[in-house]
Design a protein around this ligand. Structure first.
Ligand code: HEC
Ligand code: HEC
Length: 264
């Protein structure tokens, strides 16, 4: 009896040393856990990986398999311990919170596999709208061309579902990723500048203005400085007809990663 207990303790020891993981697979599964996971992801991960797992400074998480591990336990260890030698930090969160975050992260793969359904629109007409009438290209990159004010659209068809694309176009303010928060300043000279938040410290704020210039302002010199919960992206409700919207969706659905990555 005594030796059994000792044996159990020895088994538990590596787990305790490795961090706080006491499960091999994700024990979290309620809707509340998911919402909490999404909230925590927004705070701890969204900045680097994007709220859809698709953008920013981190690896693309909206895919069916990962480079550094795929089981629940492996993903847990990545999030808890980070990936040494890269920008992926170790986070040392409570075990339950890591699992909640992973509950949310797992839905990216679903999005990536389902992706977007082209429907009845005409992709060629949609490309025209993207490049010209809609000015999407002014702010979004596809392949090697386009603007940088908004997220890269090169893999839009794989990263977003039809509903997400529709919502992004009609109500862009609803879910603005941290990386693309809007900043609006008014300088002492009365100049009004809005752009995407880049960085800030106690004294200065850095933003990318609408012409993609990185600008920095001394906070003390500003007449006003706000971060409205608006998107820099215009709402296209009323700007595009229902047919044009369908064409645009059909085009966005064709934007996918090269075959090798898609097959993973
Ligand atoms: C400071 C930026 C940063 C933050 C914050 C961050 N990551 Fe990462 N993450 C990265 C980078 C960079 C990589 C790619 C590392 C490499 O392989 O070069 C990465 C890789 C990963 C991977 C492995 C992907 C693969 O293909 O193997 C997972 C999973 C991951 N991150 C999840 C998360 C989660 C979940 C959070 C929040 C709890 C988070 N990351 C926070 C930057 C970040
Ligand atoms: C003035 C710049 C600008 C224009 C023009 C613009 N966008 Fe955006 N777009 C952004 C920014 C900034 C974001 C990130 C903030 C957000 O999610 O609203 C974004 C986000 C998005 C997203 C992703 C939303 C998400 O949830 O990740 C999609 C999809 C998108 N845009 C598609 C388009 C399409 C299609 C057009 C043309 C009809 C377009 N955009 C025009 C700036 C722009």
């Amino acid at each position: 009896m005594q030796s059994m207990r000792c044996f159990a303790l020895l088994l538990a020891l590596p787990v305790l040393l490795a961090g706080a993981r006491t499960h091999e697979s994700n024990p979290m599964n309620s809707a509340e856990d998911f919402q909490e996971g999404k909230r925590l992801y927004r705070i701890h991960c969204g900045n680097c990986h994007g709220m859809q797992g698709d953008t920013g400074r981190g690896a693309r998480l909206a895919r069916k398999s990962y480079v550094h591990g795929n089981t629940d336990a492996e993903l847990f260890d990545i999030v808890e311990g980070g990936i040494p030698g890269t920008d992926m930090p170790g986070l040392w969160l409570e075990e339950d919170d890591v699992w909640r975050i992973l509950l949310f992260v797992r839905t990216f793969a679903e999005t990536a596999s389902k992706g977007c359904d082209p429907g009845n629109g005409e992709a060629a007409a949609g490309k025209q709208i993207f490049d010209t009438k809609g000015s999407c290209l002014a702010c979004h990159t596809v392949g090697n061309t386009g603007g940088r004010l908004g997220p890269d659209m090169s893999f839009a068809g794989e990263l977003y579902t039809n509903d997400q694309l529709r919502r992004a176009l009609l109500e862009p303010a609803r879910d603005v990723a941290n990386r693309y928060r809007t900043v609006r300043v008014v300088t002492a000279d009365g100049e009004r500048v809005d752009g995407a938040w880049m960085n800030e410290n106690s004294y200065r704020i850095y933003l990318m203005d609408r012409s993609e210039n990185i600008r920095s302002f001394r906070k003390a010199d500003l007449v006003s400085f706000e971060m409205p919960s608006e998107s820099l992206m215009p709402a296209y409700k009323g700007l595009l007809s229902a047919g044009e919207l369908e064409d645009l969706l059909a085009y966005l659905c064709t934007l996918r990663s090269p075959a090798k990555e898609a097959a993973q």
